[in-house]
Design a binder for this molecule. Structure first.
Ligand SMILES: [Zn+2]
Length: 449
């Protein structure tokens, strides 16, 4: 354990050195310049050609930008594999090192009531997981993000956010685990059915509470700023029957250089949020296009539908875990000092098995989400009627998302349509709507600020 602490400290130091060394002077080279660009080939006319227009947009990325984006995104494929293996290693340390067993003994010394000792074990588990995962998260979420110029926080700021995340986990996960273990004790081999239902209920609860209690811990949310953009967005919201006070902006530039917007919440707490990078780096047609997409999520009820689809997949995961968990306990339970499936000390084993499932099911989960994203794309093009804005926004996202993957690559790794698919879709739309005002207008000067 002492060795591990030394290792963590070393990594923290390394993180400091790396972050100061790679503090790039500006992010201008990694980003496309602010303002809408419409390549000549993407102008309406009798010779308009979808593929030529698409290629012209793709060429807005310099070879260096494209290489860096590909490297970042393809590195992410390996990162998923290593994260999975690292998780197995952590589970191994907790089980073989007897840490999990000792946490269960400690929890039982505090209380013999199963729900209370489970809660205490879960709290210790969350803490242990945070510490053991720290070297990995420092590399994957801090060092690497800085290397690619995507992160804006210093280490203290990043670590502060990580601690807030730990606090949220320490509240939520023990409650979830107490409920699941109660099901394990009562329902026996049918526990996985109950765990799936509990998981779904928790997902709905989390969706309702996150925008109100969790997201404001990390960022400042406020009504969308005054101005022409606000008028355009609110008009779009009214036209799509979205309650207008549900459009807000937040200061994502605290953490990242990425542009984004999202729909979060469920039932009464649902709202569309734009980040400040989007507002500051892009043009009005782009913002309208992105918001049209986000409003598509809202109108098509993707929050609830996504929760249902992913919960069904998770049910399969719990069933998979159930089958392998009993077999693994029969084989290694004794030597690891684990009792039965209701023993919290065996949790790392169950989590390792579930992580094997989620790792293998990544292409399915990605395809479920990507399908909904494609629906929102189509909705957004029709709602905002800004094909050039949407193509431009897709190009900006492509500075950190590989723009033109192979077919199988997109199915396996992409939870959004690729930049190529989005630009191509926008140009298809434009071909059928050549009277589009933005596409026919002369451009405002590039970089107006
Ligand atoms: Zn989306």
């Amino acid at each position: 354990m002492r060795l591990f602490v030394a290792f963590v400290l070393l990594l923290v130091c390394a993180a400091f050195v790396t972050s100061s060394a790679s503090a790039q002077p500006a992010t201008t080279k990694r980003d496309l310049p602010p303002g809408l660009q419409i390549p000549d080939a993407a102008r309406p006319g009798p010779t308009f050609d979808v593929d030529r227009a698409t290629d012209a947009y793709l060429n807005l990325l310099s070879p260096e930008q494209r290489a860096s984006s590909d490297a970042y995104f393809e590195g992410g494929y390996w990162l998923q594999l290593f994260a999975f293996l690292y998780g197995l290693l952590v589970a191994g340390v907790l089980l073989r090192g007897g840490i999990s067993r000792r946490m269960r003994e400690l929890a039982r010394r505090v209380s013999r009531r199963p729900w209370l000792s489970t809660w205490i074990y879960a709290l210790l588990f969350v803490g242990a997981l945070f510490v053991l995962n720290l070297p990995w998260s420092i590399y994957a979420d801090f060092v690497r993000e800085h290397q690619y110029g995507l992160a804006t926080q210093d280490f203290a700021g990043w670590f502060g956010d990580a601690l807030k995340g730990l606090m949220v986990s320490a509240i939520v996960l023990p409650l979830l685990l107490v409920a699941i273990y109660a099901a394990v004790r009562r329902a026996g081999p049918r526990w996985w059915v109950w765990a799936s239902l509990i998981g779904f209920a928790f997902a709905i609860f989390a969706m309702m509470l996150a925008p109100v209690y969790v997201e404001p811990l990390f960022n400042d949310y406020k009504p969308l700023r005054e101005g022409a953009v606000r008028e355009a967005v609110l008009s779009l919201a009214r036209a799509n029957q979205i309650p207008t006070d549900h459009v807000v902006e937040f200061d994502a530039s605290r953490q990242t250089t990425r542009i984004s917007a999202n729909v979060a919440g469920f039932a009464g707490t649902t709202r569309v949020a734009l980040n400040d990078n989007l507002l500051e780096k892009t043009s009005q047609p782009e913002i309208k296009a992105v918001l049209g997409h986000e409003m598509g999520h809202y109108v098509l009820n993707h929050g609830l539908r996504g929760a249902i689809y992913i919960s069904l997949l998770l049910a399969l995961g719990f069933w998979f875990t159930h089958r392998l968990f009993d077999a693994a306990l029969a084989r290694w339970g004794n030597s690891l000092g684990l009792e039965d499936r209701a023993d919290p000390a065996a949790l790392p084993l169950a989590v390792a098995i579930l992580s094997l499932f989620t790792f293998l099911a990544t292409p399915i989960a990605n395809s479920i989400v990507r399908q909904m994203e494609a629906e929102a794309d189509a909705y957004g093009l029709n709602a905002a009627r800004e094909p050039n804005g949407f193509a431009m926004a897709a190009m900006r996202l492509s500075t950190y998302r590989k723009i033109h993957p192979g077919y199988l690559e997109e199915v396996v790794f992409y939870d959004h349509p690729s930049g190529y698919a989005r630009v191509h879709g926008s140009m298809l739309w434009l071909k059928e709507n050549q009277d589009n005002p933005t596409a026919n207008a002369s451009l405002p000067p590039l970089n107006p600020k």
